[in-house]
Design a protein around this ligand. Structure first.
Ligand SMILES: Cc1cc2nc3c(=O)[nH]c(=O)nc-3n(C[C@H](O)[C@H](O)[C@H](O)COP(=O)(O)OP(=O)(O)OC[C@H]3O[C@@H](n4cnc5c(N)ncnc54)[C@H](O)[C@@H]3O)c2cc1C
Length: 282
C-alpha cells in the first residue's frame, strides 16, 4: 500500500491538491479510512489530511451551536458547554470506540463515513442538525437527515468537504441515546436516540432516530407521530414499539439477525421513553 500524504493548512489549498489528484481522499482522524485502505476496501493514490486546517477544528457555542467537522470525539466529550447544550451527543461520544479511537476520530469522519452504525448521527438527527458542505464553488447547507443516502454513501460531491454541523440551541425537551453492542467496546447492533418535550404526561414533540437499524442512520417519523399528542401511557408505548419494529429496515449479519435487531429497536425505544418520562437524562 503506497500513497502520497498531504497536509494542507487551508481549505483552498486542500481543494487545489484534490483537483490535481483524481481519486485522492480526504482523511481526518484516519480511524476508518486507514483500516479500509489496509483491507483493500478503498484505494487512493493520495490522502489529503484535514487535520491542520484550523477553521475545521472550531466549536462556536452560538446560538446556533456550530461544531467544526474536525473536532475530535474526545474534545466533544470534554467540552463543558456541550455537556449543557447537547448532552445527548456527549452521551453518544462515551460509547464510541476506545480512548485511543476517540482521541483521533472526528465528528466529521463519523458522519462522512455514512456508516449505518455511526454513533454520533442519531443524537444529531433528533436535534434536527444541519450540515455545511464546502467546495471551491461555495457552501451549501442541508439537513443532516438528507446527507445520508445509503450504506457508506452520502451526498458529498467529489472535492466537497463537510465543514461544520449546526444545531439550533437551546433545545426544548430532553433527549437520550441508547446503544446495544455485543460487548462494551463494539459498534452498535442497534441504537436509538429519542427527544421528548412533554406537558405533564402528554408528549407535545417527539423526535426519534436510529443507528444500525436501516441502511443509514434514520429519523423514524411514523414512531414520532404515534408519540406526539399522545399521553405517554403503556398503550402509547406499545403502539410506538409496534411502529418502530415495522419501520426499521435492519439486516442480518455476523453480529445479529434482522429479527433480533427489530426486537431490539422496540426494547430500546421503550426504555428510552420510560427513562425520559421518569426524569432521566437531558
Ligand atoms: C477499533 C475501532 C472501533 C470503532 N468504534 C466505533 C464506534 O463504537 N462507533 C462508531 O460510530 N464508529 C466507530 N469506529 C469507526 C470510526 O472510528 C468513526 O466513525 C470515526 O468517527 C471516524 O472519524 P475519522 O476522523 O477517524 O474518519 P476518517 O477515517 O479520517 O474518515 C472517514 C471517511 O470520512 C471522510 N471524511 C472525513 N472527514 C471529512 C470531511 N470533513 N469532509 C469530507 N470527507 C471527510 C474520509 O474521506 C473517509 O471517507 C471504530 C473504528 C475502529 C477502528
Amino acid at each position: 500500500m503506497s500513497f502520497e500524504y498531504l497536509r494542507p493548512r487551508t481549505l483552498s489549498e486542500a481543494w487545489d491538491l484534490a483537483s490535481a489528484r483524481p481519486g485522492a481522499r480526504f482523511i481526518a482522524g484516519g480511524t476508518d479510512v486507514m483500516v479500509r485502505l489496509r483491507e483493500g476496501k478503498v484505494r487512493a493514490p493520495a490522502l489529503i489530511s484535514l487535520r491542520a486546517i484550523r477553521e475545521l477544528a472550531q466549536i462556536e457555542i452560538g446560538p446556533p451551536l456550530l461544531l467544526g467537522s474536525g473536532v475530535s470525539v474526545s474534545e466533544l466529550q470534554a467540552n463543558p458547554h456541550l455537556a449543557r447544550q447537547l448532552p445527548v451527543l456527549v452521551e453518544a461520544t462515551r460509547t464510541l470506540g476506545s480512548v485511543q479511537i476517540r482521541n483521533a476520530a472526528t465528528i466529521g469522519g463519523n458522519l462522512c463515513n455514512a456508516s449505518p452504525c455511526a454513533d454520533l448521527a442519531p443524537p444529531l438527527l433528533v436535534h434536527e442538525a444541519r450540515v455545511h458542505l464546502a467546495s471551491a464553488d461555495g457552501v451549501r447547507e442541508l439537513r443532516l437527515e438528507d446527507f445520508f443516502v445509503g450504506p457508506r454513501t452520502s451526498v458529498l460531491r467529489p472535492g466537497e468537504v463537510l465543514h461544520a454541523i449546526v444545531v439550533d440551541t437551546p433545545s426544548t425537551g430532553r433527549a437520550i441515546f441508547l446503544k446495544k453492542g455485543r460487548v462494551q467496546m463494539d459498534i452498535a447492533l442497534g441504537s436509538v436516540a429519542v427527544l421528548l418535550e412533554t406537558q405533564g404526561r402528554t408528549c407535545v414533540r417527539a423526535r426519534v432516530a436510529a443507528g444500525s437499524l436501516a441502511p443509514m442512520p434514520v429519523r423514524l417519523r411514523d414512531v414520532e407521530k404515534v408519540l406526539e399528542g399522545a399521553e405517554l401511557d403503556d398503550r402509547t408505548i406499545a403502539t410506538a414499539r409496534q411502529a418502530i419494529e415495522r419501520d426499521v429496515r435492519p439486516i442480518s449479519d455476523v453480529r445479529a439477525s434482522a429479527d433480533y435487531r427489530r426486537h431490539l429497536a422496540g426494547a430500546l425505544l421503550e426504555r428510552a421513553v420510560r427513562t425520559l418520562m421518569n426524569g432521566g437524562r437531558r
